[in-house]
Write a protein that binds this ligand. Structure first.
Ligand code: MG
Ligand code: MG
Length: 277
């Protein structure tokens, strides 16, 4: 069942999506080479709880193997669902940080890929194009369109135009009282296909785009998804409200981008190229 959210529900989801933005903004201030990914997660969990939220991801999933942390932190060839760990960030890494914030009965869910120091040009291009593709997908999130219009806009800009690998096994989704609700929102597909979009639906739109093959592998931890060829992968996600004219981001990249810009340890060349105005 696909929910249409009323004004009050939308405002709660907006607040929670913006709390995810605030958490990712704290991450952007905190990042530098030499820190462990576990330290990022600990900082974020404290921030979420201090703000009256519950980290959605901690304990999520099957009872015999729940996700162990507040953030998914996926480094380089890790696509999504990476565990925070003792891994020490180094110059040239990229990390995709995914965060959920639960409060007042609803979830916010969004994600951002950060460059640590000097990242190679082909990866910077992948980051820029993936961010652009997310925005193109969101433009299609309007009343009367179909899920396939979002999916095609993302695939067209990434796989068709740039030859990147679009991950198919993992998809975007409705978000609200549950983290993952209907409909599924793939990052590839045919225009005009799939479920009809209506104003008031809330979707997590989240392209996961690989530099090389779209094929994936799963680590023994049962969660971490990697590229099969070991090349880098990028993940950006917004909590998005389906609108009458176009999709509206409930989460906000601008605050994260400002914090990146002010953090001299992050690559400023990357920012000039990646920010989509
Ligand atoms: Mg997410
Ligand atoms: Mg999501």
């Amino acid at each position: 069942m696909i929910h249409i959210r009323n004004k009050e529900e939308i405002e709660i989801i907006r607040n929670n999506a913006l709390m995810v933005t605030a958490t990712l903004t704290e991450v952007a201030k905190f990042l530098k080479p030499g820190i462990t990914t576990k330290s990022i997660d600990e900082m974020a969990e404290t921030f979420i709880r201090d703000n009256g939220g519950v980290p959605t991801f901690k304990g999520y999933g099957p009872r015999n193997n729940p996700f162990p942390a507040s953030l998914c932190i996926s480094v380089n060839e890790a696509i999504v669902h990476g565990f925070p760990s003792d891994y020490v960030l180094k110059d040239g890494d990229i990390i995709s940080v995914d965060c959920g914030f639960y409060r007042d009965g609803y979830h916010g869910d969004h994600a951002y890929t950060f460059a640590i120091g000097s990242v190679n040009q082909e990866t910077l291009d992948l980051m820029r194009v993936t961010k652009e593709a997310l925005m193109l997908g969101i433009e299609q999130a309007r009343h009367g369109n179909r899920v396939g219009d979002i999916a095609y806009a993302i695939e067209e800009h990434t796989a068709i135009k740039h030859g990147y690998g679009v991950v198919r096994e993992l998809v975007g989704h409705g978000v609200g009282k549950d983290l993952h609700e209907d409909p599924q929102v793939p990052n590839y597909g045919r225009r005009g296909s799939g479920k009809r979009l209506k104003a008031g639906m809330v979707l997590a739109i989240e392209p996961m785009i690989n530099l090389g093959t779209r094929e994936i592998a799963t680590l023994d931890d049962g969660w971490t998804i990697l590229t099969a060829d070991g090349k880098n992968s990028v993940h950006y996600e917004h909590t998005t409200l389906v609108g009458k004219e176009r999709g509206e981001n409930l989460s906000d990249f601008a605050l994260i981008e400002d914090a990146e810009r002010n953090n001299s340890e992050l690559n400023t060349g990357h920012l000039k190229k990646v920010i989509v105005s």
